[in-house]
Design a protein around this ligand. Structure first.
Ligand code: HEC
Length: 107
């Protein structure tokens, strides 16, 4: 019996691994999501396009709305949009948002 259960547990652990990685957000996948933002937001330079550059976003002390830069405050801006930015609430899945936030942190 034990010989059967052990490999099963190992298999379950392998399957569970990518799922937990997904929760944290995958910056490489987030870069693909960011293609929807790149039209309006520069990422490599400080250039202002339609919106402000996302370069160093998480190093800023505050967002334009005065909120501290956190996953929650950034996600709120992305979800709600406004002032020329479209809302992404119904466009991005929770997984895509997590990946996007992970990518924004690398900028
Ligand atoms: C059609 C153009 C457009 C698109 C597409 C767009 N944005 Fe924006 N975004 C803007 C504008 C314009 C602002 C500035 C709004 C303001 O002045 O309050 C903004 C503001 C922001 C802010 C707040 C910046 C700050 O310092 O307060 C963040 C974060 C942001 N956008 C992220 C994103 C992300 C991530 C995406 C892609 C999912 C995205 N935006 C897509 C136009 C856009």
């Amino acid at each position: 019996m034990h010989k059967v259960f052990l490999p099963l547990f190992a298999l379950a652990a392998l399957i569970a691994l990518p799922a937990s990685a997904q929760k944290k957000g995958d910056a490489a996948k987030g870069k693909e999501v960011y293609e929807q933002c790149g039209v309006c937001h520069a990422s490599a330079t400080d250039e202002k396009k339609m919106g402000p550059s996302m370069k160093g976003l998480y190093k800023k002390t505050a967002l334009k709305n005065g909120k501290k830069v956190t996953d929650a405050s950034v996600a709120a801006v992305i979800n709600k949009g406004g002032e020329g930015m479209p809302p992404f609430e119904e466009i991005l899945t929770a997984g895509e948002m997590a990946n996007l936030l992970a990518y924004l942190k690398t900028l």
